[in-house]
Design a protein around this ligand. Structure first.
Ligand SMILES: Nc1nc2c(ncn2[C@@H]2O[C@H](COP(=O)(O)OP(=O)(O)OP(=O)(O)O)[C@@H](O)[C@H]2O)c(=O)[nH]1
Ligand SMILES: [Mg+2]
Length: 355
């Protein structure tokens, strides 16, 4: 789940509209927090081209789930994210919408518009919550160590990790900046550390709006005039292109730019599968292996994994799916469980059915 947060009236819902193409979304309430959720299929020209050749009955694009998180609080708050802390903790990826547009009818909760200040303020608050989580854990570990609740070396290993987190946070650096081993990551899984989550900052500008000079460490940042882009989304592509040219806007619609930035932030690759029934695209964290990809499709496929047959989609498209030509070029390649799946791989998983 990808959580969209930011100060009141920063443009969260406008971003949600741009990304979901105006879906209404499912609304739920948690105390003072309103969550609006929608599933967004990711546009992918390679998937369309592949589907043309496979002739499957359906095409199923990979999706992401977006959540517009609104706290509905007004005025200057000491801790604007306080009521959101639990909700943010459940998200896999965060998008921070920062207001840089001015609009006399839409007052900024702090009076004047200052995107750099707002961005830093909320980043600081996330750092503070993480420091709180980390220091509590260190106290707990100290108690456990004294009581001998678990083997001392296990506790000490955890203490070393949490002290490293503490030092990073005390230096006002988000935990995203740390290079953590898979073991460390596993240890941290149960803790909702907010600055460990991948972060995309979307600065909501207008024509002569203020800008930010510096994005938070290890985060991605884009500047987009969201309200204008949302208006352009309602026009025909031809009209929108004419408008873009007249106003010297980048030719690429903001929606595409935002989804690209999101993909980078999530650090995922796309792989493909097809059979007579469907041609699909899937997202997979970069660096994951063939057996992990199999598990994304079905847990049985991971359990009974034998091998993966791999063809890069570019090659498949180039030879128009011709099997003889593919074979002549050495595809599909046979790969084992530990093969690191590459962006654009078409996978055919061979597995043993059990039970
Ligand atoms: N001029 C201008 N107005 C914008 C822009 N983005 C949003 N607005 C306007 O600002 C108001 C708030 O935008 P929303 O997208 O609803 O902001 P929000 O963060 O969802 O607001 P809350 O959910 O109330 O916290 C709306 O009236 C938008 O039309 C922009 O880029 N430029
Ligand atoms: Mg809103």
């Amino acid at each position: 789940m990808i959580g969209i947060f930011g100060l009141p009236k920063s443009g969260k819902t406008t971003l949600f509209q741009v990304l979901t193409l105006g879906q209404k979304g499912a609304v739920s309430q948690e105390g003072p927090v309103t969550l609006t959720t929608a599933v967004v299929p990711l546009p992918d020209p390679r998937l369309e081209a592949l589907h043309q050749l496979t002739g499957s009955r359906r095409v199923v694009p990979a999706t992401v789930t977006l959540v517009d998180i609104a706290a509905g609080l007004g005025g200057r708050q000491e801790r604007p994210l306080g009521p959101l802390r639990n909700v943010l903790g459940r998200m896999d990826v965060l998008i921070h919408v920062v207001r840089a547009f001015s609009h006399p009818q839409v007052p900024h909760p702090f009076g004047e518009v200052n995107p750099q200040r707002d961005m830093e303020l909320l980043e600081q608050e996330l750092l503070l919550y993480d420091l709180d989580t980390v220091e509590r854990r260190l106290e707990r570990l100290q108690e456990e160590w004294q009581k001998g609740a678990r083997p001392k070396d296990v506790i000490e290993k955890e203490q070393t990790l949490f002290r490293r987190l503490q030092e990073t946070l005390q230096a006002e650096q988000p935990l995203r900046t740390l290079d953590l081993s898979p073991d460390d990551r596993r240890l941290l899984q149960g803790f909702t550390l907010l600055t460990l989550k991948p972060l995309l900052v979307v600065v909501n500008t207008d024509e002569e709006g203020a800008r930010v000079d510096r994005f938070p460490s290890a985060a991605y940042g884009v500047e987009v005039p969201l309200a204008l882009e949302w208006e352009l989304e309602q026009l025909s592509p031809e009209e929108a292109a004419t408008f873009r040219e007249a106003y010297s806007l980048p030719p690429q619609p903001a929606r595409e730019r935002l989804l690209q930035a999101l993909r980078q932030t999530m650090d995922v690759i796309t792989f493909y599968t097809f059979n007579e029934k469907e041609t699909r695209s899937w997202l997979l964290p970069r660096g994951h292996t063939a057996v992990q990809a199999a598990g994304r499709i079905h847990s049985d496929m991971a359990r009974g994994f034998i091998r993966a047959e791999v063809t890069p989609v570019e090659v498949f498209l180039e030879v128009k799916g011709n099997r003889t030509e593919l074979r002549a070029r050495g595809f599909p390649r046979l790969e084992g469980r530990e093969y690191v799946v590459q962006d654009g791989d078409i996978l055919q998983i061979r597995f043993q059915r059990r039970g």
